[in-house]
Design a protein around this ligand. Structure first.
Ligand code: BGC
Ligand code: BGC
Length: 841
């Protein structure tokens, strides 16, 4: 059984053993004694220390109390504090997370954002309760435009911008983003992400520009200058915001592409590959750096003094502030969200603490400075850095948020000028992978079928971090002013005298000359997008079926593939005459039509200029990166056809799913952070079955809500009021025989929130109604309420199940007064024989 301590036990043990908590790190840290100057350069940073600024900072610092200083280091989230909390404590900064809006209103207007910004600002400078008049600052994830705001221009995600390889364009995007952010009264943007992504299974692959440091370095400088302005010209004027270069360091290089995982790069690789965005971003004067969730050789970066203090601050010369990531400090060994002097001691300046943990954390920090666990000089250094950034950003001199130049300017949000920049970015990000017999550019006077679930779907084409955190739960009306890919095609074609027919499933009334099929990944963010191999639609190739159907009808097919990463699509490539990697274009999907159709005189206005900044895989398990010793991707880094080029890909790419030779069978994840394809979370209640598509479902029979276990929203809180079931099921049968042969068990983490008064049964469902029910209560008798425990049941216990055709490997049923939290559901192979199997009855 996995050993798990409750938060309060951890808190207590850390408090009792404070000394050993803080010493723990250095004993474990394999790199802490290195000499940073051997590998890391001292950078020539454009923003120089100005004696007048430093003097002002010292004057403010010298008048501050301990409580006021600690409050500067606390960054709570708008869903967890009120304006009155701000007045009472005077936090140095606050944030809104992905999908967090003023008044919890998704459709909040610029005025609503401004009102909250103004209220928080005024409360922060109101000294009636906390005695401080230091302005607070608001940080937001404007990672592809001001993406939490309805009507904002959403630019292509970074992966598409990498393909465009145009730093001047990137700078314009950053400037436009800064303006839209300023219209809502926000001071600070948590971008750019400069991860160099080495394993595309990572759910944040699309937040990276490239697998190679070259583009990342150039872009980091361009974005930082676009957001903050040019030093000596318009740095931090009222058209600019503070930038954050993130996530420091090595987030794109974790083992198996695991989000928040462990990076095993050598120190030299850490610099050569992963740190190049910091060389660009820090030199250009980025004022803040965000610590990363990941570990380096097992040590969480939030607690790594060598990286945060010795390398980043002392050696590279960064004099701005280091902000933590979403309770990332709580993941340091020996820490909790509420208690973590280790992070500040390692060099963290601001704790991002977006839950109600902010209050105990703040009180603990005050006590820890008093008792000397945190040196006064370290706290002063942190506050000095925060104040330095605020003075440089002009926060003490600019008018309050509601009275700044762009405040409340609804016209700037999603303005035509910004959309034009986004359209250019969309056009330049497209990479043409296949173009048989020069099918593209298309003659717009013909008849077109537009098919696929991405054709008229602005949410899908925008990906994660679009209005909501995961980018799910949106409809086209949530993107006013934007255009779907279909919108653009329809406009171009009709203008030229041609015609279109839109049908997601591909039926047509009039046989088209050409079908344009838009398909690809559904939105996701962070760990929810982690996959264990790169096969597209594993186990459920419905888009391939559509392409083949059209082909069988003798129709030429253009595929437009929406994705946050390169994927193994050999079968889909074979079934397409032309194939475009469109990445995640954002709200201006209509611009794709600018490129694929001829304008006047049989000539297009635009050609394809995008080139792969990620190698395209040859097998589902290939993780090829430019300059690898045995580099053999399907299409290499830098690939991208233009209209002059001849097609290279035939229709005969290998379609067999090759996984590495002799590879071990890896655990099959069913619910790991979130539901894993091809499985769906379904609710069976009142004789009806429904897929759960949002993070909350409330029915008379039961309620299901996502909740936090190890990371954000990686667990399901299920409460039964009546007889009902929750299952993980697929539309197609899955072959689980390889797992059965390896004596696998189905395993999950479970917490009983109260003792159940109804039996809980687990069953599996296979074809033709075969199923097997097991009563779990025998397993649960020793379980304590409110304690997580891992339950494993051998597949062999499901004796009547036909493992070749399983529709649902996990169905949990119960009745009234059952209240559990569930996480991490997977099928885990074992090397042991099945003889000792104990099964529930
Ligand atoms: C992400 C950051 C983001 C922060 C605030 C975290 O989970 O890793 O990139 O800035 O949340 O939303
Ligand atoms: C929150 C988002 C936030 C994200 C950061 C989620 O739990 O709902 O607002 O941006 O965590 O990782």
């Amino acid at each position: 059984m996995k050993k798990l301590l409750s938060q309060s036990t951890l808190l207590l043990s850390c408090a009792l053993a404070m000394q050993s908590c803080s010493n723990d790190m250095s004993q474990q840290d394999p790199v802490v004694n290195q000499d940073a100057s051997k590998i890391w350069p001292s950078l020539n940073i454009k923003v120089k220390q100005d004696p007048a600024v430093e003097q002002r900072v010292e004057t403010i610092l010298s008048g501050m109390t301990l409580e006021q200083k600690v409050a500067q280091t606390i960054q709570p989230e708008i869903r967890d504090i009120s304006v009155e909390d701000m007045r009472r404590y005077g936090f140095g900064s606050f944030l809104n997370g992905g999908g967090a809006f003023p008044n919890n209103n998704k459709h909040a207007k610029a005025e609503d954002w401004i009102t909250l910004a103004e209220d928080m600002y005024q409360a922060s400078i109101d000294d009636s309760l906390d005695g401080s008049t230091i302005p607070t600052m608001w940080g937001t994830d404007a990672v592809h435009g001001h993406n939490n705001v309805i009507g904002a221009t959403l630019f292509p995600h970074n992966i598409g911008l990498g393909a465009a390889h145009n730093p001047a364009l990137i700078k314009k995007i950053a400037q436009a983003t800064a303006q839209e952010v300023l219209a809502t009264g926000i001071d600070w943007v948590f971008a750019p992400t400069v991860a160099v992504v080495r394993d595309d299974r990572w759910g944040r692959t699309y937040e990276g520009y490239s697998e190679d440091p070259e583009i990342v370095r150039d872009y980091a400088a361009a974005i930082v200058e676009g957001l903050q302005g040019d030093v000596g010209v318009d740095f931090m004027d009222q058209q600019h915001v503070i930038s954050t270069t993130k996530h420091f360091l090595g987030d794109g290089g974790t083992e198996n592409g695991d989000d928040q995982g462990n990076n095993l790069a050598s120190e030299q690789e850490l610099f050569d590959i992963h740190a190049q965005g910091y060389v660009g971003g820090l030199s250009a004067g980025t004022q803040t750096v965000m610590a990363s969730f990941n570990s380096w050789h097992g040590i969480k970066n939030h607690g790594n003094k060598y990286l945060l203090t010795d390398v980043l601050k002392n050696q590279m010369g960064f004099d701005g502030l280091v902000v933590g990531d979403w309770n990332g400090h709580g993941q340091i060994k020996g820490c909790t969200n509420e208690n973590c002097p280790q992070a500040m001691n390692a060099g963290l300046d601001i704790y991002m603490v977006p839950t109600d943990a902010w209050k105990p954390l703040m009180n603990n920090l005050i006590a820890q400075v008093k008792s000397g666990v945190i040196a006064q000089s370290r706290l002063d250094d942190a506050v000095r850095r925060i104040l330095r950034v605020k003075v440089r950003a002009g926060l003490f001199d600019k008018p309050s948020p509601a009275h700044r130049q762009l405040a409340g300017n609804n016209e700037i949000i999603g303005s035509q000028a910004h959309r034009e920049i986004a359209r250019q970015a969309v056009r330049e990000s497209l990479v043409l992978l296949k173009n048989k017999q020069h099918l593209l550019p298309l003659d717009p006077t013909q008849h077109f079928l537009i098919a696929g679930d991405g054709a008229d779907n602005i949410g899908k084409q925008s990906g994660g971090w679009s209005i909501t955190w995961q980018g799910t739960g949106n409809v086209n009306a949530d993107f006013p002013g934007g255009s779907s890919i279909y919108d653009g095609i329809k406009q171009q074609v009709e203008q030229a005298g041609g015609s279109t027919e839109l049908s997601v499933s591909g039926e047509y009334r009039q046989k088209p000359d050409v079908a344009i099929v838009v398909f690809g990944e559904d939105p996701y963010a962070e760990g929810n997008g982690d996959v264990d191999n790169l096969e597209y639609q594993r186990g459920n190739k419905k888009d391939l079926a559509l392409l083949r159907q059209l082909k069988a009808d003798g129709i030429k097919v253009v595929s437009i593939f929406i994705s946050g990463r390169p994927m193994w699509v050999n079968p889909e490539l074979n079934a397409s005459d032309a194939f475009i990697a469109a990445w995640l274009p954002g709200t201006e999907g209509g611009a794709i039509a600018d490129v694929i159709f001829n304008a006047a005189e049989q000539k297009p206005n635009y050609d394809f200029v995008g080139k792969l900044s990620f190698s395209w895989p040859n097998t589902p398990t290939q993780h090829a990166n430019r300059f690898d010793p045995e580099y053999a991707p399907l299409l290499p880094y830098g690939f991208g056809l233009t209209y002059q080029d001849d097609n290279l890909l035939g229709d005969d790419l290998n379609e067999t799913v090759q996984t590495a030779e002799g590879a071990q069978l890896s655990p099959m994840k069913l619910f790991s952070l979130t539901v894993q394809a091809p499985w769906e979370l379904r609710i069976n209640a009142n004789q009806q079955t429904k897929a759960m598509t949002s993070s909350v479902v409330e029915l008379p029979e039961l309620s299901v809500k996502t909740t936090d276990y190890h990371v954000q929203e990686d667990a399901l809180h299920i409460m039964w009021h009546k007889e009902a079931a929750v299952s993980l099921a697929s539309n197609f049968p899955e072959d689980l025989r390889p797992y059965q042969e390896k004596n696998a068990s189905i395993s999950f983490d479970l917490k009983l929130n109260q003792l159940p008064s109804s039996p809980i049964t687990l069953s599996m469902q296979c074809e033709n109604g075969c199923s097997k029910l097991l009563d779990l209560n025998t397993q649960l008798t020793n379980v304590q309420v409110n304690q997580w425990q891992q339950i494993s049941i051998p597949l062999a216990c499901f004796s009547d199940v036909n493992f070749a055709r399983v529709y649902s490997p996990f169905k949990l049923s119960s009745g009234a007064k059952t209240d559990i939290t569930l996480s991490n559901i997977r099928i885990v192979p074992s090397e042991k024989s099945a003889e000792t199997t104990h099964c529930p009855q």
